[in-house]
Design a protein around this ligand. Structure first.
Ligand SMILES: [Zn+2]
Length: 143
């Protein structure tokens, strides 16, 4: 079901403005209204697709204003279940967020390093050194 009710419009505008507080409700509403008046076929998509697409576009820091929300683009490539364009398909992490690499384990990010986690489980690294450089000879062994 496409957008049919005012509560749907309000909910959509609410989530967009929550993501982009610098956009005002009237501006987002006028984008929706204009698309409706022009008979934009994207508005005939199911409401959930419209919400997902607009949410993706609004969450993209490269989107400067609400105008592109209802333009064709990758943010509409939903297929009902596909990952958002900025989400890594394996990790599910947003690839637009800069990730600090683990200094001791190449290919892992510091905040969720599997190498550090394994070292900690094996008693080779103190937990407070997760994602930080650790040299057992310099820092002393884990007791
Ligand atoms: Zn690590």
């Amino acid at each position: 079901m496409p957008i049919e009710t005012k509560p749907q419009i309000d909910a959509l505008i609410n989530v967009i403005v929550l993501l982009r507080p610098e956009w005002n409700r009237a501006g987002v509403f006028s984008v929706l209204k204009k698309a409706h008046e022009e008979g934009n076929p994207l508005l005939l998509r199911p409401f959930e697709d419209i919400v997902v697409a607009c949410t993706r576009k609004a969450a993209d820091p490269k989107t400067r204003g609400p105008a592109p929300l209802l333009m064709e683009g990758r943010h509409w490539d939903t297929n009902g279940s596909g990952p958002a364009p900025n989400v890594h398909p394996d990790t599910g992490y947003d690839t637009t967020v800069p990730v600090e690499p683990c200094p001791d384990h190449e290919g892992w990010s510091a905040h969720n390093c599997g190498g550090c986690a394994a070292d900690i489980l094996a008693g080779l690294r103190p937990p407070e050194y997760k994602g930080l450089p650790y040299d057992p000879h310099k820092h002393g062994r884990v007791s």
